[in-house]
Design a protein around this ligand. Sequence first.
Ligand code: DHB
Ligand code: FE
Length: 306
Amino acid sequence: PAKYTSAVFTSHVPAIGAAMDLGRTEEPYWKKVFDGYQWTRKWAKENTPDVVILVYNDHATAFDASIIPTFVLGTGAQYPVADEGYGPRPVPDVQGYPEFAAHLAQSIIQDDFDLTLVNEMVVDHGLTVPLSLVYGDVEQWPVKVIPLAVNVVQYPVPSGRRCYELGKALRRAIDKWDGEELNVQIWGTGGMSHQLQGPRAGLINKEWDNAFLDHLIADPLGLTEWPHMEYVDEAGSEGIELVDWLIARGAMDDQFGGEEPTTQHRFYHVPASNTAVGHLVISNPVGLTDTAAADAETGVPAAADA
Ligand code: DHB
Ligand code: FE
């Protein structure tokens, strides 16, 4: 059996990876960003899952205009780190989990989602920067990773509702696994508001970003009604990356029983490069350690930075 314990949400700004790789994390500009992940680094050491299903978006690195799959599930054994123009980041290659990925593919495709299955691909900053933020500089990533890449680069892109429904199908698949015991996390990455091009380049929308976080936590079904054009209008042309987060949240929908998930950590900060950084850790009751559950009960506030 497999248990979906926690969801981790984070932006994936490439300059964050560069700051780590070039040893600049203590500079005041970057320290403010990395401080928002200290809680998470400690938590992640105590709550290492067997596998992370890492929802992200490729940036015309593994895929380009020659092939535009909406949803890619990585079924391979290993994914090399991409060269995005400055040589591959000096971080470990990513180890997959073909057996579990094949089970997810079987279940989700028979559940009427037409995934593209990819055995061989490189992974870009969209996937490696979240791993670096959570696990720091390591020789080997401490988890197996199943990449789930969503097309948000070439229109048409999927809606938040579609992503949420895919998350529910993913959860049904996780719940059906009858192999070895697995602790599973799903990460939703990309965003928050940013626009890298055109007359609105540099756009940041703190109010909208924080409303998105509020709704993601407490009103995810309401959030599925927000049309994809609202993401683009309000959060910028690259803010659409946020639909990726709805997959991880859909997998925690109320229908899977029990209590509301608990928000363990929340962080928001501007700027990092051209991007607003948002970060959340939310856990299902099964994913809470006793201390975390006690903290949640006593209402110790999660860190917030804006
Ligand atoms: C930036 C942010 C991104 O999400 C991305 O993929 C590339 C660049 C930026 O802030 O510069
Ligand atoms: Fe991006």
